[in-house]
Design a protein around this ligand. Structure first.
Ligand SMILES: Nc1nc2c(ncn2[C@@H]2O[C@H](COP(=O)(O)OP(=O)(O)OP(=O)(O)O)[C@@H](O)[C@H]2O)c(=O)[nH]1
Ligand SMILES: [Mg+2]
Length: 286
C-alpha cells in the first residue's frame, strides 16, 4: 500500500513567526499556486454594518485592516483575481461596512474592513464605524489574524502602531503589507521595508512583513501563502482541500487559534477614537 502522503508542516498553522520569504523550492511554489487557485474561489458572503449582524462566528477569518485608501479592497481583488469583488475607489472611505468573503468554504473567510482615519465622513457616522470596528476586533472569535496594510510611502502612522499593539495583546498574528510598492523604485522600497522591520523590532513585535503592489502583483505569491497557511488551507494527497474544521489540531494549536479573548482583550480597551489621525491630502492618489 502506498504510504499516506504527509501534509508538509508549512501548510498548517504554525504559530511561531513564519518566514514567508520566497523559496525557489518546488513544494513551496506548488503550495503557492494551489493557494492562489483556492483564493480565486472567493465569493461575497455579506456586508454587515454591526458586529451582531456579521456571519456566524465560527471557523477562521483574516481581516484586511489599515488606514483609509491604503489599498485593502484592491489587495483583496488582486489576490482573488476578481476585479470587482471588493469595492476599491480613489475616494477614501469607500468601504463602509464589514464585508465578508468565503474562500471555497464558509469556515474560511477574508474580511474587508472600513479604513480608519478618513476625515470626510460626518463625525457621528465616523464614531459609529469606529465603534463597530473596535467591537469586531475585540469580540470576533473566528478572527485569527490581520493583514495590516500601510502605504509604503506613509508607514507606521500612530493608528497603525496602535493596531499592532492591540493585535499583540489579543494574540492575533499580523502580516504587514507595504502597499503601492510600484510607486517607489526597488531600492527605496527595500529601504522602507528594512526600516519598518527595525522599528517593529524596537516595538518588540514579531510580525511578518512584505512589499506588495496590487498593480504590478509584486508579493502576490507570498501573500497567498500566508493567507492559506493562516486559514488552515490544507490539501490531501490528491490535492483536495481538507475541511478546516475537520483538521486535527492539537490542544495548544487550538488554544492559540482561539485565544481567550475575554482575558486577553484588555489591551484593546480604551480605544480613543479622537486619537485616530485623519487622512491627509498626501494619501490621495488623484
Ligand atoms: N499605484 C497603485 N495604486 C493602488 C494600489 N492599490 C490600491 N491603489 C489605489 O489606491 C486607491 C485606494 O484603494 P482601495 O483599495 O480602495 O483602498 P482601501 O484601503 O480599500 O480604502 P477604504 O475602503 O477607503 O478604506 C485606489 O485609487 C486604488 O486604485 C497599488 O498597488 N498601486
Ligand atoms: Mg476599501
Amino acid at each position: 500500500m502506498r504510504p499516506k502522503a504527509r501534509i508538509p508542516k508549512f501548510q498548517r498553522h504554525d504559530f511561531k513567526p513564519i518566514s514567508y520569504a520566497k523559496k525557489e523550492d518546488t513544494a513551496t511554489s506548488a503550495y503557492a499556486s494551489s493557494a492562489l487557485n483556492w483564493l480565486r474561489k472567493a465569493e461575497f458572503l455579506m456586508s454587515a454594518p454591526k458586529l451582531n449582524l456579521c456571519v456566524e462566528d465560527s471557523g477562521f477569518e483574516i481581516a484586511f485592516a489599515g488606514r483609509s485608501n491604503a489599498g485593502k479592497s484592491s489587495a483583496i481583488n488582486c489576490i482573488t483575481d476578481q476585479n470587482q469583488l471588493a469595492r476599491a475607489s480613489k475616494r477614501p472611505g469607500r468601504t463602509q461596512m464589514i464585508n465578508f468573503f468565503s474562500l471555497g468554504n464558509p469556515d474560511q473567510r477574508l474580511v474587508d474592513l472600513p479604513g480608519y482615519g478618513y476625515a470626510a465622513v460626518p463625525e457621528e457616522m465616523k464614531k459609529v464605524w469606529q465603534k463597530e470596528l473596535q467591537n469586531y476586533l475585540i469580540e470576533r472569535k473566528s478572527l485569527t489574524g490581520l493583514v495590516l496594510l500601510m502605504d509604503v510611502r506613509h508607514p507606521l502612522k500612530d493608528f497603525d502602531r496602535m493596531m499592532l499593539e492591540w493585535a499583540k495583546d489579543r494574540n492575533l498574528f499580523v502580516h504587514i503589507l507595504l502597499t503601492k510598492a510600484d510607486k517607489l523604485n526597488r531600492g527605496p522600497a527595500s529601504t522602507v521595508l528594512l526600516e519598518v522591520k527595525k522599528e517593529l523590532k524596537k516595538m518588540k513585535l514579531d510580525f511578518s512583513i512584505q512589499l506588495f503592489s496590487s498593480l504590478s502583483k509584486l508579493g502576490l505569491e507570498e501573500l497567498a501563502m500566508v493567507m492559506a497557511g493562516r486559514l488552515n488551507y490544507v490539501v490531501d494527497e490528491n490535492g483536495k482541500p481538507i475541511n478546516p474544521m475537520e483538521n486535527t489540531l492539537d490542544i495548544q494549536e487550538i488554544s492559540l487559534l482561539h485565544p481567550d479573548i475575554n482575558s486577553d482583550a484588555s489591551g484593546l480597551e480604551g480605544i480613543n477614537i479622537d486619537d485616530i489621525p485623519e487622512v491627509g491630502d498626501e494619501d490621495l492618489d488623484e
